[in-house]
Design a protein around this ligand. Structure first.
Ligand SMILES: CC(C)(COP(=O)(O)OP(=O)(O)OC[C@H]1O[C@@H](n2cnc3c(N)ncnc32)[C@H](O)[C@@H]1OP(=O)(O)O)[C@@H](O)C(=O)NCCC(=O)NCCS
Length: 155
């Protein structure tokens, strides 16, 4: 597979939603929570986020979108959000490449890149720790699921 990473625009919103929903179904199954924000986000919300100018990247195998990631920037902090890899492509290094690429696109002002994942999602936590993120805290999300925040300083 010859995957390349490139910017996403609002024209990719439909494909982004498809990959995101397929990817996050496994998280929904783990928590028995079918209303996770990445699963209930509407096409219009995805489109608006992709149009807002914050870094958003796709992984493309030819013309097929196989992964995506978006971000939110607030002062000196950038949140990495909605990291998703198509189920049939997971485990092949695409997630790692997207994570590194989005961190590398952080605006100059950003000092810390952060994200959160489910506290029971051991593989995800290992994945982020092996990429250099460290645990920074825990919280309950809006649906009562325990989450772990991880962050990385921008050098
Ligand atoms: C989490 C996710 C984005 C990782 O993407 P990926 O392409 O599968 O990950 P990679 O192949 O780049 O994995 C990098 C490393 O993490 C490990 N890893 C990643 N996800 C794993 C999983 N679910 N189970 C076991 N190991 C996993 C890989 O084995 C690999 O380790 P290595 O570098 O030592 O070989 C992807 O599994 C996904 O879309 N999951 C569903 C949605 C989700 O949970 N998103 C993140 C929410 S915070």
């Amino acid at each position: 597979m010859n995957v390349h990473i490139g910017p996403l625009t609002e024209a990719h919103a439909g494909e982004v939603m498809t990959v995101q929903r397929a990817a996050y179904l496994q998280e929904a199954r783990r928590y028995g929570a079918w209303d996770l924000p990445p699963l209930v986000e509407t096409l219009e919300e995805v489109r608006r986020h992709l149009a807002d100018g914050t870094p958003a990247l796709g992984a493309f195998d030819g013309t097929r979108l196989v992964g995506s990631v978006r971000s939110r920037v607030d002062g000196d902090r950038m949140e990495v959000a909605r990291l998703s890899v198509a189920p049939d492509v997971q485990g092949g290094g695409v997630g790692r490449r997207l994570l590194e690429a989005i961190s590398g696109r952080a605006p100059e002002s950003v000092r810390v890149v952060w994200l959160f994942t489910g506290a029971e999602s051991d593989a995800n936590i290992r994945f982020y720790e092996s990429a250099g993120f460290v645990r920074a805290g825990e919280h309950l999300d809006a649906t009562g699921i325990a989450c772990v925040t991880l962050e990385q300083k921008v050098v």
